[in-house]
Design a protein around this ligand. Structure first.
Ligand code: HEM
Length: 404
């Protein structure tokens, strides 16, 4: 099958290991028209330099709900109420929303979470089932980031299980009618929940991010009530699965590369570089980076027509041999990542706002697990990893990670 068809059909084989297909696309059709099931003309960008260009081109809009009726018809109208946030906005609205959230989501607030994250990791490791094998995804990688975001936002502990379960359902990216119905219901639940929480934070503010954001509501350039709810939803959604899958991918690749694992054990300070290398080598956002072409745009030897969706394959850009030496080698000491050259957290105006938190959580998750269980190993040595095979390459992650 030609690589464009494989990427369009998003077969389980492609999802398990997309890299050979991406490598062929980078060589043969670096900006490639796809034929996705939703029917909207879509172009896939696979080379590093083209990806960076696309991520900063203002003619590629993020305001797809505003721009395209067809997008709304396919992805559903109910999303609009919770999608009124910076991820789906262009300047000047994007600049305003990002500035407000940035001013409350300070490095100080993130750094202040360090002892909490350590404690959360330690508690989860305490609670790990004693019967082996243990699946580290539900036991560790998934609960850790959602507890952290709930803490950051000021979601009371008693509500966290509900919030976590709705967040997981919304992130389930099926296209069938049943998945859509479940997603819609979970979105409505989250919308109602955050509307109520914002009202509570207005009446009785705490020392949390949502209270700080709510306090801007009556200020010039602050967030509207609707934007507050959407932003709470965005922070939850953007920070949950992404981080959970990254922790899983990191553990998987360290366990699958014993020399690299040994290097991190012998020099624990390498954990920071190891996280950067996982973001490059198998980051958790594969190509959930959509843009909408507001005019005809020449890129990579093709002209992307006005009205097309553009999907930027970060996973592919990060394996581009024109940018990274021996890109298919997993190397926790790789110098090239030191300047954040990889695109695992995006690039340009929409560069991940939670990057510092994502890094901190993943570093702590790895260190805490390796300290506590120095002999952790795959349950079945050499077994093939069970990568997610849902037919939509938004996230790259594992379905399970059984260890002893
Ligand atoms: C944006 C990746 C964790 C909040 C993005 C983008 C990427 C990304 C690739 C850009 C999307 C685009 O250009 O279309 C990741 C990864 C994470 C992670 C791989 C974990 C390993 C987090 C966390 C938070 C967060 C923990 C906050 C709690 C955001 C926000 C945006 C964003 C608010 C939108 C920024 C904007 O539109 O200006 N993230 N993210 N992310 N991320 Fe993250």
């Amino acid at each position: 099958m030609d690589p464009a068809s494989e990427a369009s059909r998003c077969t389980p084989e492609f999802r398990r290991n997309p890299h050979p297909v991406y490598a062929r696309l980078r060589d043969e059709a670096p900006v490639c028209p796809l034929r996705p099931p939703h029917g909207i003309p879509t172009y896939l960008v696979t080379r590093y330099e083209d990806a960076r260009t696309a991520l900063t081109d203002p003619r590629l809009s993020k305001d797809m709900y505003g721009a395209m009726d067809s997008y709304r018809r396919i992805f559903g109208d109910s999303s609009v109420a919770i999608d009124d946030n910076m991820l789906n906005a262009d300047p000047p609205k994007h600049s305003r929303l990002r500035r407000v959230v940035n001013s409350a989501f300070t490095p100080h607030r993130v750094e202040g979470l360090r002892p909490h994250i350590r404690q959360i990791a330690a508690d989860l490791l305490d609670e790990c089932p004693t019967r082996e094998p243990v699946d580290l995804l539900p036991a560790y990688a998934f609960p850790l980031p959602v507890i952290v975001i709930c803490e950051l936002l000021g979601v009371p502990p008693a509500d966290r299980d509900d919030v976590r379960s709705w967040s997981t359902t919304v992130a389930h990216t099926g296209f069938d009618a049943e998945s859509k119905r479940a997603q819609q219901q979970a979105e409505e639940n989250l919308h109602a929940y955050f509307t109520d929480l914002v009202a509570r934070k207005g009446r009785d503010p705490g020392d949390d991010l949502l209270s700080a954001l709510t306090a801007t509501q009556d200020q010039d350039g602050g967030l509207t009530g609707r934007e507050l709810v959407s932003t709470a939803f965005l922070l939850l959604f953007a920070g949950h699965k992404t981080t959970a899958y990254l922790i899983g991918n990191a553990l998987h690749h360290l366990l699958a590369h014993p020399a690299q694992l040994r290097a991190v054990r012998e020099r624990p300070e390498l954990v920071e570089r190891a996280v950067e290398e996982v973001l490059r080598f198998d980051g958790s956002v594969e190509s959930a980076t959509f843009r909408y072409a507001t005019e005809d745009i020449p890129l990579g030897g093709t002209v992307i027509p006005a009205g097309a969706l553009v999907q930027i394959a970060l996973s592919s850009a990060n394996r581009d041999a024109l940018r990274f030496s021996e890109p298919d080698r997993f190397d926790v000491t790789r110098e090239e990542n030191l300047q954040s050259a990889h695109l695992g957290l995006g690039h340009g105006p929409h560069y991940c706002l939670g990057a510092a938190l994502a890094r901190l959580e993943t570093q702590i998750a790895l260190s805490a697990l390796l300290d506590r269980f120095p002999r952790v190993a795959p349950a079945v040595p050499g077994a093939e990893a069970s990568w997610l095979t849902v037919p939509f390459p938004a996230f790259r992650g594992l379905a399970e990670l059984p260890v002893v």
